[in-house]
Design a protein around this ligand. Structure first.
Ligand SMILES: NC(=O)c1ccc[n+]([C@@H]2O[C@H](COP(=O)([O-])OP(=O)(O)OC[C@H]3O[C@@H](n4cnc5c(N)ncnc54)[C@H](OP(=O)(O)O)[C@@H]3O)[C@@H](O)[C@H]2O)c1
Length: 321
């Protein structure tokens, strides 16, 4: 089965294409832009030009494919190389994530694509979506989801909702700061990190879910999640795989809330800390889900330790750690 992959040069896309290239049942065909950096794609993989903002540009790819995995998306701060894009970021995100997806689906239907797999995100899952959310990325992901759900499509489709994905081939270093923080500190306590919770999944679990979805018929929705872990548990796990050179003590919630937030507020007011005291007290929530949505991937999942170790080893292998 020939699978057209959009977003093939991104973090999940690269891992997916490398995996598909090793299988007998799937042959990847990667959609790339003129500006895409294609050096990290596996040797010998077929590429075809396409840009979600340019209607008509993905005809060739769709004509040659049997299935489509749609990963390409943008978020605030992505690709704002031109002044025009930076000025109208909201319009730019919508153009790629909603209009681009809509057009791609319509053209996929016309080209008799048999199966479409769309990668959404956990906060755009219809059961978890908060319609007061002020986040263009999540809003546009939800709108694209609804295009799929309410369309009368001739193809089978699946939507997948990963939580917070880490692992090898994070060439954009989107999740590197977690690891860098451990590497840079012998003692790691708030406010050196923001307390809160993370739900982490291995990028290979996401890839396995995408492959599973390619074989599904009908209409499907998959959550790809792990356990919810506190930030201190996550940092301690990173420290453990990084040879224990960094100590991450558990800090009581009351110390963080009462003791540290006035200090954080002062630092924030002087432009020395990214969030204010109230935000610090609430803490970060990255990919966290209600209990019934934990460990929900359809494929066998890697442990937090394995996930963190694979990411750590990869950052080391490319020389950034
Ligand atoms: N990473 C996570 O933690 C996470 C969690 C949940 C869901 N997801 C979802 O998973 C998908 C992949 O995420 P990722 O982290 O792999 O993303 P990423 O590393 O930021 O890569 C984005 C990809 O989209 C492509 N793209 C951007 N604009 C495009 C356009 N106009 N036309 C065609 N392609 C375009 C990029 O191509 P260029 O190389 O040319 O820029 C790149 O290949 C996204 O839909 C994301 O919402 C990710």
């Amino acid at each position: 089965m020939k699978v057209l992959v959009t977003g093939s040069t991104g973090f999940i896309g690269l891992n997916l294409v490398h995996k598909l290239q090793t299988t007998n049942s799937f042959e990847p065909l990667t959609l790339v832009r003129e500006s895409s950096q294609t050096e990290m794609l596996p040797a010998g993989v077929e590429t075809v030009y396409g840009d979600l903002t340019q209607p008509g540009s993905f005809e060739d790819g769709l004509r040659r494919a049997d299935a489509l995995i749609h990963l390409a998306a943008v978020y605030p701060g992505y690709d704002n190389d031109t002044e025009q894009q930076a000025e109208n970021e909201e319009g730019f995100i919508r153009e790629v994530n909603v209009s681009g997806t809509q057009l791609l689906l319509e053209r996929a239907a016309d080209h008799n694509i048999e199966t479409v797999v769309f990668t959404s995100t956990i906060n755009a899952h219809p059961d978890l979506y908060d319609d007061t959310v002020d986040n263009q990325y999540v809003i546009t992901k939800y709108e694209a989801d609804q295009e799929i759900v309410h369309g009368d499509w001739p193809f089978d489709w699946s939507i997948i909702h990963p939580t917070y994905v880490i692992g090898p081939r994070d060439y954009r270093l989107n999740h590197f700061n977690l690891f860098q923080r451990v590497a840079a500190n012998r003692l790691l306590v708030p406010p050196l990190y923001i307390p809160g919770q993370y739900n982490i999944v291995h990028v290979f679990d996401v890839v396995d879910t995408l492959r599973t979805a390619l074989n599904e018929i009908g209409t499907n929705r998959f959550v790809v999640s792990g356990e919810n872990h506190s930030a201190s548990t996550l940092y301690r796990t990173i420290a453990a795989v990084a040879d224990d050179n960094c100590f991450v003590p558990p800090i009581p919630r009351s110390v963080v809330s009462i003791g540290l937030s006035p200090i954080v507020n002062r630092l924030h007011n002087r432009g020395l800390y990214p969030i204010n005291g109230a935000e610090f007290r609430s803490g970060v929530q990255r990919g966290t889900v209600p209990e019934r949505f934990t460990n929900a991937a359809p494929a066998k999942q890697r442990s937090l330790r394995t996930t963190v170790k694979d990411a750590y080893n990869w950052y080391q292998s490319v020389g950034v750690l």
